[in-house]
Design a protein around this ligand. Structure first.
Ligand code: PMV
Length: 325
């Protein structure tokens, strides 16, 4: 049954929701071609959406102060977030005309930490909550994926999945994606360094596709090697063998360089973290900019944080991935 803002007296006047950022631990890019990848939610770095009823006739207003933008969905129907509002209301069979929607986020934008998918997930959750619905993670993930697909080329679906489920996941792109919760036997301490360089995901993803089309055998062999490493990382995480992670994640960085998605700025931060004692450092996400992360331990953590600042990281974020119960 359709709900109308004017007639549905049960509709609350306020709703708020949030969603985490994410890091791809290993397997990015190769995951687009069917290899596995491991992604982690970053629960302390989040996007937030608040919705209040708008004045009658004011329209569906979106306000994104972090982006310096405010707009009316109907006036910009092709905007990804306008479209997501429309699709989500359609999915919920709701008809709301006047809403004030505010989107904020502490996740670096276009930096490989899933800021777009996190904002989209928080938006879908907030709209559902405003209407008194609770959408299951798979439904949220599907709505966000459809939106990402329209605007980001050939997304594997990993971002929307790890963010909507908010747990470490093993992800394989299939006709029906294989999504498994990961076992993490020992906590991981990570330091994320931001190059400050913004790169839209679809650009390196598109370039990798072009190169793969030109030389499929070479690229598939690189993707296969990534897949082998990711399986070994799963084993190390499941047994709490964090010492084994260093060489595996560093080898993944070399393969990403060979695939062509690293950059001098990323490699500068990776080298700084390793020189400060980090057993592993690699880019995370689409590359050509965005973020890298380093694995640290009690002895190396502070030195790695300092080294990344000194090497010019525009942001340095510290986060712990807790062992799974
Ligand atoms: O940089 P991000 O967070 O958009 O991650 C992209 C990950 C890729 O594997 C490069 C693409 C994808 O859709 O999986």
């Amino acid at each position: 049954m359709k709900q109308d803002s004017s007639s549905a007296t049960s509709v609350p006047r306020f709703a708020a929701a949030s969603a985490p950022g994410k890091l791809i631990l290993c397997g990015e890019h190769a995951v687009v071609y069917g290899q596995p990848a491991i992604a982690l939610p970053l629960s302390d770095i989040r996007a937030h959406v608040e919705i209040v009823a708008g004045a009658p006739g004011s329209g569906l207003r979106l306000n994104a102060p972090d982006l310096g933008r405010a707009w009316i969905a109907d006036a910009h129907p092709d905007d990804p977030l306008s479209e997501l509002v429309t699709c989500t209301l359609h999915h919920l069979e709701a008809f709301l005309t006047d809403l004030d929607i505010t989107l904020t986020s502490t996740i670096p934008i276009a930096g490989g930490m899933g800021s777009g998918a996190a904002i989209a997930t928080a938006l879908v959750r907030a709209l559902a909550s405003y209407l008194g619905h609770t959408l299951p993670p798979d439904a949220i993930s599907a709505l966000v994926y459809a939106s990402e697909q329209r605007f980001h080329g050939t997304p594997s679906g990993i971002d929307n999945t790890v963010i909507a489920y908010e747990q470490p996941i093993w992800f394989e792109r299939r006709e029906t994606n294989l999504i498994e919760p990961m076992t993490i036997a020992a906590p991981l301490t990570l330091v994320v360094g931001d190059t400050g360089i913004r790169s839209a995901t679809r650009l390196p993803v598109g370039e990798v596709r072009r190169r793969w089309q030109e030389d499929p055998a070479h690229y598939e062999q690189l993707f296969d090697q990534v897949g082998t490493l990711v399986r070994q990382v799963r084993e190390a995480l499941a047994t709490g063998d964090n010492a084994a992670l260093g060489p595996l994640l560093n080898a993944n960085q070399i393969l990403l360089e060979q695939i062509g998605v690293s950059s001098p700025e990323l490699e500068h931060l990776v080298a700084a973290a390793r020189s400060a004692g980090a057993p592993a450092a690699k880019l995370s996400g689409a590359g050509w900019g965005g973020v890298m992360f380093a694995l640290t331990d009690a002895e190396t953590h502070t030195a790695v944080v300092t080294a990344l600042h000194q090497a010019g990281a525009t942001r340095v974020l510290e986060t712990t991935i807790h062992a799974t119960p």
